[in-house]
Structure formats: structure tokens, C-alpha cells
Design a protein around this ligand. Structure first.
Ligand code: PEP
Length: 239
């Protein structure tokens, strides 16, 4: 299982340090073998422990240069960052990233061997058109993306479920993940209003290999509970 926390623009450097200390020691003390990734804000990047991977929520696809307000490969290398989130719906819909720019970013970081958590997901009006329209929409989000890239993780995150407290039914998650599985062998995460209370049943579904969690992971102890659930399920699913 893969359990990820996306802080977005939350937490200070100090708060992130405290959080990482809790999660690092939980993972180590409980012998967790699942992959745990935290995406903190840029200002909190540093070399943390060995048990939890640290990734970035974004970066500009260049070594360095005149790109005001961005950070690039050179700054990631300083902190040993080799994991990146690409295609998050907030970057697509609030910050205006186009599929073309997302694909360019994907190519750049894939060529440098990054682990890429690539997000796809439909807005509500598309979901209301039915499953064919939904899969067509997601297919467009795969344009320019190498679905055979070995370090790819895909996160299915319906836009209407992110930060809203709403989630698709378990059956719908399983249906979409089944359709995604037919397209790629990359691990498939679900994201969108995952919390301690629903993480277990979501991770237990077929073709769900983990979760990407935003607000529900801002508490370190909640995130640790979800890691624990993943680890228990991992044993069951592997039986
Ligand atoms: C996310 O940011 O990827 C996310 C799924 O957010 P939330 O869990 O808050 O819906």
C-alpha cells in the first residue's frame, strides 16, 4: 500500500518538523513496510528520516533559471527530493496548468527518474454525464503521459470530492479503478475526502493500492492511523 499526505499550503516549517518526527517514529516503531509519502510546502523541505519519503507538490521543469516564483530541479536536489505530485486538480483548475504543460513537466521529471504521483479526476458536471464521459475526460488527462513509466503512481481524485467531505460510492471507486487498471499497471491511489473513518473501506477495494489524503492527513495521529490501516490491509490483500 502507498499512503500519501498532501499538505497543500498548510503547516509551517516547525509544524512540519514536529509532524515528520511523529510519523517517522510511528513507521519505524511499527515496522511498517508500506510506502509513506508526505508532500509538505516548499518552505518545510529538508532531509528528514529514512522511513517516510518526502515529495514536492510541484516544481518547474528546468534545472534552474529565470522563472520567478517557481522552484526547479536544483533546489530539489539540495534536499534529495526524488518524488513529485503532478496534475493535481488544484493546479489544473485554480492555477491554470494545461494538459500540455503538465505533460511537459511529466516528461522532464520522468527523464530524471523521479517517482511521479500523477493525479486525474473529473469535475461534477462530467460525472453527471455518466461513466463513458468520465473515462473520456480522464483519457484526455493521460495525453502526453507515459502510462508505462516504471516509477508512476496514479491517484484518481474526483474534483468534486477534494476537500468537500463528499466521496463517490465504494462501488463507483471500484468501477473507475477497474477501468484505470485496464490502462496501466501503475499502483492506483484514491484521493478525495479520505479520513480515518473511511480510509480502511476504500483501501480494501479491488485495484486500490493506497490513498492520497489532504485535510484528513493534517493531524499526524490521524495519518498514522491510516498508515496502520493500510498495513493491516496489506497483509490481508496479500494473503
Ligand atoms: C488532495 O489534496 O489530494 C485531497 C485529496 O484533498 P482532501 O483529502 O482534502 O480531499
Amino acid at each position: 500500500m502507498i499512503v500519501c499526505a498532501n499538505f497543500k499550503a498548510n503547516k509551517t516549517r516547525q509544524e512540519t518538523q514536529a509532524y515528520m518526527a511523529v510519523v517517522e517514529s510511528f513507521v519505524s516503531a511499527n515496522g511498517i513496510s508500506d510506502t509513506v509519502i508526505v508532500f509538505p510546502p516548499f518552505t518545510a523541505l529538508e532531509h528528514y528520516g529514512r522511513n517516510v519519503l518526502v515529495g514536492v507538490q510541484n516544481a518547474y521543469p528546468v534545472q534552474n533559471g529565470a522563472f520567478t516564483g517557481e522552484i526547479a530541479l536544483e533546489q530539489l536536489e539540495e534536499f534529495g527530493i526524488e518524488t513529485i505530485l503532478i496534475g493535481h486538480s488544484e493546479r489544473r483548475h485554480i492555477l491554470g496548468e494545461t494538459q500540455e504543460s503538465i505533460a511537459e513537466k511529466f516528461r522532464f521529471f520522468a527523464e530524471r527518474g523521479f517517482a511521479i504521483v500523477y493525479c486525474v479526476g473529473e469535475p461534477l458536471e462530467v460525472r453527471e454525464e455518466g461513466n463513458d464521459a468520465l473515462m473520456e475526460y480522464i483519457d484526455k488527462q493521460f495525453e502526453g503521459i507515459d502510462l508505462k513509466y516504471p516509477d508512476l503512481i496514479i491517484a484518481y481524485e474526483p474534483v468534486w470530492a477534494i476537500g468537500t467531505g463528499l466521496t463517490p460510492s465504494l462501488r463507483d471507486i471500484e468501477l473507475i479503478h477497474g477501468a484505470l487498471r485496464a490502462k496501466t499497471s501503475a499502483p492506483l491511489l484514491y484521493g478525495g475526502s479520505v479520513k480515518v473513518d473511511n480510509a480502511r473501506e476504500i483501501m480494501a477495494l479491488d485495484n486500490v493500492e493506497g490513498v492520497l489524503v489532504g485535510s484528513g492527513a493534517l493531524s499526524a495521529s490521524d495519518f498514522c492511523s491510516m498508515i496502520e490501516q493500510a498495513s493491516e490491509l496489506n497483509t490481508k490483500k496479500g494473503e
